[in-house]
Design a protein around this ligand. Sequence first.
Ligand code: 13P
Ligand code: SF4
Length: 413
Amino acid sequence: MTSTDVSSDSYVSHGADGSISAPTPPTLPSGTSLALLLLGQGTDENSERGVDCPGDLPLASDPDLVARAVAAKATLGSKVFVLGHHYQRDEVIQFADVTGDSFKLARDAAARPDADYIVFCGVHFMAESADILTSAKQQVILPDLAAGCSMADMAKDHQVEDAWDALTDAGIADVTIPVTYMNSSAAIKGFTGEHGGVICTSSNAERALRWAFEQGQKVLFLPDQHLGRNTAVLQLGLSLDDCVVYNPFRPNGGLTVQQLRDAKMILWRGHCSVHGRFTAAQVDAVRERVPGVQVLVHPECTHEVVTKADLAGSTEYIIRTIEAAPAGSAWAIGTELNLVRRLADQHPDKTITFLESTVCYCATMNRIDLPHLVQALESLVAGQVINRITVDDTVAKYARLALDRMLALPEVV
Ligand code: 13P
Ligand code: SF4
């Protein structure tokens, strides 16, 4: 058994609501030791994460880390451009030249042709997208290669090819447009571009779906079933019955040919391990706990949660909503904790609570910490590029097509 078997998605059990149940330990052939994939070392080719992080990290307790990051960044000057996703830790975000949601960061990466190095403080699929959108001479660096995304790992390219074969056999591939969430591997983005589809993020999913329904009659939405369902039902006015869930671990996705033919939205059975943990009961509980509270959630949450909430939108939308809210207003926010904490710190005149205190940080977003950032920057100062993310040219060609289609969509604010 390899480490791949241990980390495979098939080994994790997902409830229909996106919940995760405890994994069953793998059965190892006798005489085989359990293959552990130590974070930051080794490789896992079947995972969206690529991991190989050589060298010793400075200790997190090093009191000089901030000064070292400042000095390295100053030495590199305009050669380096640091992008920071809103879910990053404060200790990292303070060094970002620009912060944003995945859509804004993709656009910002594409708009910096003079920076030799793009240091992406986010997760692997974002760095891949930046590599696709930047020129060949620019190098994209992910400070910790173990910063993947469990949702992106839920759609493997061979599974998506199998799904397309199932749609072809059902006679509907010709009228189906793939719409793929940014949170996916470059290979899935490439598949999307090659099959006439478009990438979307949570800030433009509505526009991407409208575009797709102008090109075809059905959508294969990958890999986040919740964003797909929420956008189709709440923004496009489709019914829940128009949506079916395609399970990549079942023959034909666990659907009959007739179900595939009848559906307008074929939703991939993927979800975010963080947002999938918020529940409708938690929305009820916070309304009891905080009088007059408004509930604001990310559309990666389940349909029940989004329907119960007052507002839903991307991380940029959440930030804009809180900025525009009147002093004294009360908010319960259902998204990653780093962002909610930062908003609470920045808006002391408003009551801002986390929708549910038992939901934890995004583990992979949090892999990017100050020691990793310092290591990446100081390596560049020393003339060494570590943790570079590159996308194969053929994959990149089609992925770029799908990303360019997204960037050409009119903005929805
Ligand atoms: P946005 O940045 O598009 O809001 O997405 C949130 C997210 O989960 C990123 O991984
Ligand atoms: Fe992936 Fe969810 Fe983490 Fe975003 S918050 S990187 S979707 S696991």
